[in-house]
Design a protein around this ligand. Structure first.
Ligand SMILES: N[C@@H](CCC(=O)N[C@@H](CS)C(=O)NCC(=O)O)C(=O)O
Length: 219
């Protein structure tokens, strides 16, 4: 077996985090190669990735001769290798879980570009804009309802790819939201997700790195 996951700088690559986490939660063995995606070395490093992976981005999973170059595809592959344990067995619930994955993959109502993953690690957080508050409240309402329907502790009862895909967003949104009291189930779910061993392992390393600052963070 020769399975290599090319990931990114741990406080700067939410897509790599999702793929890495899905493989870890699925119990799949892999070798990890961290690609430094901070500027300016980002360009040379990603050019090297582009030699074997068309988008020239991370994450990429190279499983023997097979190159899987998108976080969502890697997550689904991790689930397949683990016999489907990371998606609900019921087809309707599985489709709902995939809808959550797709929403996240498409940028979560444009919240991800506004509040970058990097910003989750800034020691001082700016106030959210009106639009960010509105969009994040919409996401929280939806997660709250889903958690109430399933009874938790995760969105579909057991941990699934839907929860895993949302970890980076949960981190960046909850660290910017001053009052979560309207969403008690989301608060419990977020605490449970962020305390998982694999999540803590990634975040411990991410927190030890110098922050990756973007001037565009300030409105
Ligand atoms: N849709 C891709 C997005 C991957 C992505 O944008 N990765 C960033 C790092 S988190 C990257 O490598 N960007 C380089 C680029 O797009 O030039 C996925 O889900 O894997």
């Amino acid at each position: 077996m020769n399975r290599i996951l090319y990931t990114g700088t741990k406080n700067a690559s939410s897509w790599a985090f999702r793929a890495w986490l899905a493989l870890r939660e699925a119990g799949i063995e892999f070798e990890e190669h961290v690609v430094d995606i901070r500027r300016p070395q980002r360009y040379a490093n990603l050019n090297r990735i582009a030699k074997f992976s068309p988008p020239g981005a991370v994450p990429v999973l190279v499983d023997d001769a097979t190159v899987i170059f998108d976080s969502l595809a890697i997550m689904e592959y991790a689930n397949d290798l683990a016999g489907g344990i990371l998606l609900p067995a019921d087809p309707k619930q599985r489709a709902r879980a995939r809808a959550f994955l797709a929403w996240q993959h498409a940028g979560l109502s444009n919240l991800c570009p506004l509040l970058s993953f990097e910003s989750a690690f800034y020691p001082d957080k700016r106030d959210m804009t009106f639009d960010e508050k509105h969009q994040s409240a919409r996401a929280y309402d939806c997660w709250e309802q889903q958690l109430q329907e399933s009874g938790g502790p995760y969105l579909f009862g057991d941990l699934s790819l839907a929860d895993i895909a949302l970890v980076p967003s949960v981190l960046r949104l909850t660290t910017h939201t001053k009052d979560m009291s309207r969403w008690p189930a989301v608060q419990g779910w977020a605490a449970q997700l962020l305390s998982r061993a694999a999540v803590r392992e990634w975040l411990e390393e991410a927190n030890s790195l110098p922050v990756v600052w973007y001037g565009s963070y300030l409105p």
